[in-house]
Design a protein around this ligand. Structure first.
Ligand code: XMP
Length: 512
């Protein structure tokens, strides 16, 4: 963990992670901690400044989150954003009132461009507001830095406390000069250092892995996805042959997946990559199973059995490598406690008690875009790093109902046509995830002069930032027409293609 970064105390804003990413993009390390984190933890890495995020609460609510009682004795500049501004204001004796009317969306402010926080920004500028309560009543110790055209206070500075506050959100791109304002806070106010670059991240992680692992051995399951590929390459760079990578072909993969993983990692790793052909075992385990959760359970359990067999045969291994990312580890505002979500089904959470591993999680400090940058630094090709997410249970949750070899083969062909066409039309990187689903029903069609009675394929493509919510992607009609023709003409047993126009919620991205 680098020192002299910025700590962001999270009051529950949907933009908290965005603040951290914006700061890191400027080469300054930033970490998100819950608003009620202990002082020792906040100051552990000697931050040069503290940001208080926005949040959904109102300072008038009983039990609303507060700022640390001794924050003004830390000797660090503090920037309050939105709800953070109201907390700073109330703590320093300014009046906070319920505004007659909320300011929401694009708002114009007049700011003092001579003040360091607004340096290099125009006197009048557009910002993004989203607040009900408002700050009033500045006295002599408070410098008002900006006012909205509605006459509300939009920014202030209390020099004796080194306290800064903005009512708007500098982290969202709707705030025209938000980036400059953040930069001013980082470099003019906090004198932050640019010590967070991809090269530095890789070097630091390699050193940390070496220090943690020493002479012991690490086992790593790779899936072909971005995270596990980057984890494997990082650990390989750190400890080489003391790493053992395992790729399980469960028969639920996309066309060409296994060959792709072997080609890619085989050429990048000095550590052995063991490929296990478990296609028949997974199919057998899924026989007669229709319930989606039962499928997941069986796939997860068999994965663990296989993993156990490998680690007994090739072990002992003291460490298990995992691709946990920073967003999975950020403690949620609502619980205030650790809420580590482990995404893949092949994770340590599901391993039996007698398999004790220590964890190596080299990506645990990184956002997804940083993982991609690290992957590029390690020489992984761009098309590998921009791949869509693919679920652990694979095509088993896209063949609805019972999974059979024949149905997997149909879906695999349709999926490959869809994904290849997205790339061909330059649309692949415009959607967050795209997939094909095979429905367990048949419908009537006509081909040549003959009646057909065959399966429909559903195409689904979504835009999203994190998969928690998603919108269906508005793919061009000519593209959909082309893909539909290709699928119906080339894939036996398919006579119909439909496009899923549901958002999440209320639907999910996968159909099972
Ligand atoms: P849903 O369907 O819940 O999917 O909207 C959200 C994201 O999670 C992926 N997903 C899974 N990933 N194991 C995984 O590793 C699973 O069981 C699983 N189910 C869904 C899905 O592909 C999407 O990216």
């Amino acid at each position: 963990m680098p020192s002299r970064g910025i700590v962001i105390l999270d009051f529950g804003s949907q933009f908290t992670q965005l603040i951290a990413r914006r700061i890191r993009a400027k080469g300054v390390f930033s970490e998100v901690l819950p608003w009620n984190a202990a002082r020792e933890r906040i100051l552990q890495h000697d931050p040069v400044g503290v940001i208080l995020s926005g949040g959904p609460a109102s300072v008038f609510e009983a039990g609303a989150p507060t700022i640390p009682a001794d924050i003004w004795s830390w000797g660090r500049p503090v920037l309050g954003i939105c709800y953070g501004m109201q907390l700073v204001a109330r703590d320093l004796g300014l009046a906070v009132e319920r505004a007659g009317k909320a300011e929401y969306g694009h708002t114009r402010i007049r700011a003092n461009p001579d003040h360091p926080l607004f340096r290099n920004t125009p006197a009048e500028q557009s910002v993004w507001m989203s607040h009900g309560d408002t700050v009033r009543g500045a006295d002599g110790a408070v410098a008002v830095l900006a006012t909205s055209t509605e006459g509300e206070m939009a920014a202030f500075h209390v020099p004796p406390k080194n306290a800064y506050a903005v009512q708007f959100h500098p982290e969202v791109h709707h705030t025209a000069f938000g980036d400059t304002i953040l930069e001013n806070f980082l470099f003019s106010v906090c004198q932050a250092e640019r010590n967070w670059s991809t090269g530095a991240i890789v070097e630091q992680m390699v050193n940390e892995i070496r220090a943690t692992v020493g002479d012991r051995r690490v086992i790593c399951a790779v899936s072909g996805g971005v995270d596990s590929s980057v984890v494997a390459c990082l650990i390989d760079k750190a400890i080489g042959k003391k790493l053992h990578c395992v790729f399980v072909d469960n028969g639920l993969l996309r066309a060409g997946e296994r060959e792709g993983v072997v080609d890619l990692l085989g050429s990048h790793l000095s550590a052995p990559l063991e490929v296990i052909d478990a296609r028949a075992r997974f199919l057998e385990r899924l026989e007669g199973v229709e319930d989606p959760e039962e499928k997941r359970k069986r796939i997860g359990n068999l994965f663990i059995e296989i993993f156990e067999e490998v680690s007994t045969k090739r072990g002992p291994f003291e460490f298990l490598a995992q691709g946990t990312l920073y967003p999975d580890r950020i403690e949620s505002f609502s619980t205030g406690g650790p809420s580590v979500t482990i995404k893949t089904h092949h994770n340590v959470g599901g391993l039996p008690k007698n398999m004790r591993f220590e964890l190596v999680e080299p990506l645990a400090l990184l956002f997804k875009d940083e993982v991609r940058a690290v992957g590029a630094e390690l020489g992984l090709p761009r098309d590998q790093l921009s791949r869509h997410p693919f679920p652990g249970p694979g095509l088993a949750v896209r063949v609805l109902g019972e999974v059979t070899e024949e149905k997997l083969a149909i879906l695999r062909q349709a999926d490959a046509i869809f994904i290849d066409a997205l790339r061909e039309f330059g649309l692949y990187e415009k959607v967050w995830q795209a997939l094909a689903v095979l429905l367990p029903v048949k419908s009537v069609g006509v081909m040549g002069d003959a009646r057909t009675y065959a399966f429909p394929i559903v195409l689904r493509a979504v835009t999203s930032t994190d998969g928690m919510t998603a919108d269906w992607a508005e793919l061009p009609a000519e593209f959909l027409r082309d893909v539909s023709n290709r699928i119906v003409n080339r894939v036996p047993h398919v006579n119909r293609v439909v496009y899923d126009v549901s958002s999440k919620p209320p639907s999910t991205i996968e159909w099972e």
